[in-house]
Design a protein around this ligand. Structure first.
Ligand SMILES: Cc1cc2nc3c(=O)[nH]c(=O)nc-3n(C[C@H](O)[C@H](O)[C@H](O)COP(=O)(O)O)c2cc1C
Length: 435
């Protein structure tokens, strides 16, 4: 099924279910010969892992990355990198009583509506554990962000808001809470929510500092649009603002515009992105996280036969996704930014090293191969159709007109038309031979 591959220059494919044997990732486009950041990955996974903090699930996983392929003696070989972590502490028994009963707020009902089957053991593929793959992939991009700073502050947990904001203080505590005067109240507050059998959400602000101007492309590859998609793809994320976001809509233009003087911008209401392109100011992204859906409090729901049920979810669940979701969001932000940076490097014609040029060539060749395979497969369908309908397989007039039209298009695009004809003659002839 679609949706398990993050398609980008630095894309990856993720796999695994919460109560299956392992969660993992396959990453293809990593340069050969570079030190693989295994320590950074394990460190980031540690932050995503359930902890002993109040509000965190009691599921205990060591989440130590196992390398299956693509890394030799700590160095990438250029082969697909396959990594996974074991699911050692999954306890499907706690879910047995909930089998076939949809948890409100979770993906059970929508997954069942789509696939007519769902993994009742802890959410399966839509469990928060799938985010392990995102953290691993994001951490492999750190070399692209030298000198760039990622600052995290939590701006809301349930009903708690910081009275004061010190981003350095936020960096030093597990909740990324910027207010020293109220930090101690958080564990107490989360314990009280847990005792009620309930959960809470929150708001996280991510700031990217020192990102150059010019990242992002107009229209369909806007940086803010790609960041929004990356963030909203994380389970539990329900809202995103860039810069002053929703507040901008109630401002006057004279207040919301970021005026400039010869030293640069005087304000940063637009959160460092204008027309989908970074302007060199801090990129400011605020993300709204909903309360964790699985709660012990009784709720109305239905089962797969549409019978009404009352559900109490007593498995091991987070009370609040903060702080565990933070490394996931940072990884997704890095993935969204990485592509924008690579494309900016291309249009600025910055000199690329030979490995990076070869890497791009290999990618194009691979895309060409995939396109040829797609064409062959389609031709097979056409041949089948023609055989069934008793239509002659070869239609010389259509082949000639196809080549004429391709020659014409090639000329328009500045390609020598004489190279087009033999390539397509070969593709057409070989296509017909495919079984
Ligand atoms: C790191 C992480 C951990 C999560 N842990 C839980 C959990 O313990 N229990 C739960 O019900 N949902 C948990 N979720 C949220 C669900 O995955 C999410 O709500 C569900 O997939 C439905 O998606 P939606 O909320 O985006 O609609 C977690 C999400 C993340 C990112």
């Amino acid at each position: 099924m679609r949706g398990n591959t993050y398609s980008s220059l630095y894309g990856f494919t993720a796999f695994g279910e919460s109560h299956g044997s392992a969660m993992g990732v396959v990453i293809e486009d990593i340069k050969p010969g570079v030190a693989f950041p295994i320590d950074a990955i394990n460190e980031a996974l540690l932050k995503r892992r359930p902890s002993s903090l109040p509000g965190s699930t009691t599921r205990k996983e060591d989440d130590n990355v196992q390398i299956i392929s693509g890394v030799l003696d700590g160095i990438t070989t250029g082969m697909p990198i396959c990594l996974f972590v074991w699911n050692k502490d999954a306890n499907s028994n706690t879910y047995k009583s909930l089998k076939d009963i949809f948890r409100p707020g979770h993906g059970d009902f929508s997954i069942f509506s789509k696939f007519k089957i769902y993994d009742w053991r802890g959410g399966g593929r839509v469990s928060g554990r799938e985010t392990i793959a995102r953290v691993i992939a994001g951490e492999t991009l750190n070399h692209l962000f030298e000198g760039v700073e990622f600052i995290t502050e939590t701006l809301l947990i349930g009903t708690m808001t910081p009275k004061y904001r010190d981003s350095l203080f936020a960096k030093e505590n597990p909740y990324f809470w910027p207010d020293p005067s109220t930090l101690k109240k958080i564990p107490e507050y989360l314990e009280s929510v847990k005792t009620e059998g309930d959960s809470v959400g929150g708001v996280i602000q991510l700031t990217v500092r020192n990102l150059p101007a010019g990242w992002g492309d107009p229209v369909f590859e806007k940086l803010d649009a790609n960041i929004a998609k990356a963030m909203l793809s994380v389970g539990g994320v329900k809202g995103i603002e860039i810069g002053d976001g929703f507040t901008l809509s109630a401002m006057k233009g004279s207040d919301s515009n970021d005026s400039m003087d010869s030293n640069g911008f005087e304000t940063n209401h637009s959160g460092g992105i204008q027309a989908g392109i970074s302007n060199g100011e801090d990129i400011i992204v605020r993300v709204a996280i909903k309360p964790v859906p699985s709660i012990a409090k009784p709720q109305n729901t239905i089962d797969i036969h549409n019978n009404e049920q009352t559900i109490e979810v007593n498995g091991r669940h987070d009370v609040c996704l903060i702080p565990r979701v933070i490394p996931v969001l940072i990884s997704m932000l890095k993935l969204a930014l990485a592509d924008a940076g690579a494309y900016q490097q291309l249009i600025r014609n910055e000199k690329r090293d030979i490995e990076s040029l070869r890497e791009s060539l290999d990618k194009i060749d691979e895309d060409l191969l995939l396109l040829i395979i797609r064409r062959f497969n389609l031709v097979k369908e056409v041949i089948e159709y023609k055989n069934d309908s008793k239509i002659p397989i070869t239609d010389k007039a259509r082949e000639d007109s196809l080549i004429d039209s391709l020659r014409e298009k090639a000329t328009l695009l500045g390609l020598p038309p004489e190279i087009i004809e033999p390539i397509w003659q070969l593709i057409i002839a070989e296509g017909k031979k495919q079984k």
